[in-house]
Design a protein around this ligand. Sequence first.
Ligand code: MN
Length: 484
Amino acid sequence: MTSSPILKLEHRANECAKYLLESESLLCISHVDADGLTSAAIATQALQRAGVSVSTAFSKKLSDLELDQIAKMPYDTVLFTDFGSGKIDKIIEHKELGNFTPVICDHHQPSDILQINSEPINHRIADLDFHLNPLLFGIDGATELSGAGTCYALAKSLECNGANNRDLSALAVVGAVGDMQAKNGGLSGANIDIAKDGADAGVLKITRDLSLYGKQTRSLPKLLEYSNEFGIPGISNDSSGSIKFLNNLGMELKNNGKWKTWSGLSPFEKKEIVNELVRHSISRGLSASKINSFVGLAYELELEVIGTELRDANEFSTVLNSTARYGRPDVGLSICLGNREEAFARAKNLLAIHRKNLSMGISYVLRDGVSIEENFQWFHARNQIRDTIVGIVAGMVLGLEGTDPNKPIFAFAETEDGDLKVSGRGTTALVENGLNLAEIMSLSAQHVGGEGGGHNIAAGATIPLNTEKMFLEKTKTLLLSQPN
Ligand SMILES: [Mn+2]
């Protein structure tokens, strides 16, 4: 019998948990995105169940300045979730000064691994006793385990006094899906262990289903129209085509004159629609691989109400992003902790704004154009797209008309603090050929006096204004040195 990948983290997770259980005053600080919010929710719930009180804070990025501020706060222990590994040098400095004891639960690339061109300083990792990161145990942090999944491993180790934290696996799956770790075949690696825990605990329903976004809340015509990834002629990106397709099915797909959602259909109706989509696509010459991607694993939160955003892991993660990226991570956290009334109502307002901003952002990029260079492409949103969502927009336009699907994309936007945010996005194929955006973003940012890091496939940086040209020149050279 092969053991579950997640168990590779168990020993270190136990050590971290043992320390946390004895900590006197504890701050949990987490990243402001869907994975960061679910990370904080999992960690704080597990700690509270174990009788440890914890304060929570969020940050867009963990800058040197913010670490200095944290150091001044009256906490003996600081638990970093969904970030921290990218700043271990600085965190170790604070530890050595006695400012706080760090516990890191992250899945981003540790900063000392990033020092490829200088002397490796791997011994620094050994200076940290409480550093839980899948990358240290041979698990890929970009695809096999998220920040929330890493916190779930910690939560399992925090179980005491008869507590069972398996129910928190549902949030860990939302975090993984929010971090784009579910590909068409579903989740992989250690994430699978967590999803299984969720199914066993009755909090997660894993099904083979249509792999489109919006199965809970989008009306059927919109669900089909926004199927850009399928590229179905006459349906994808075609509002009247989608309606015509549905009308031609001869099924009762409306309720009181209102189109149903996918979640409101019977298994028979779902099957009929998929069959007809396949038939339609074959007759229009769509490739077999595209057609095979119509159906994949889907993750439903079994305890949530059918037809709400929170029922679907993917839609849930969008709700969280729309709170966190608009300065209201407290609302997202509250939803993760079970508030289904006030916080959810607030989140739905934010969600409407988020959707509008994303679609305006995409239109802006498509209208303004993406500059395609020899080995990368880029666009500059200036103050037209919020720095907190420019990375999401970059990921969404990659592959659309006017972009090159075979080159990484870099997006710039001005921040409220008067800096530039840079987001880099790649593809699985580019990463397989050696692309490591975490390394590039870190080194290019350092080159112009900024800070950056992340994953091989998606990374971010903050750099001074007017340094984008130098940043891109450095990036171009670094890309040439990576074997892709
Ligand atoms: Mn993450």
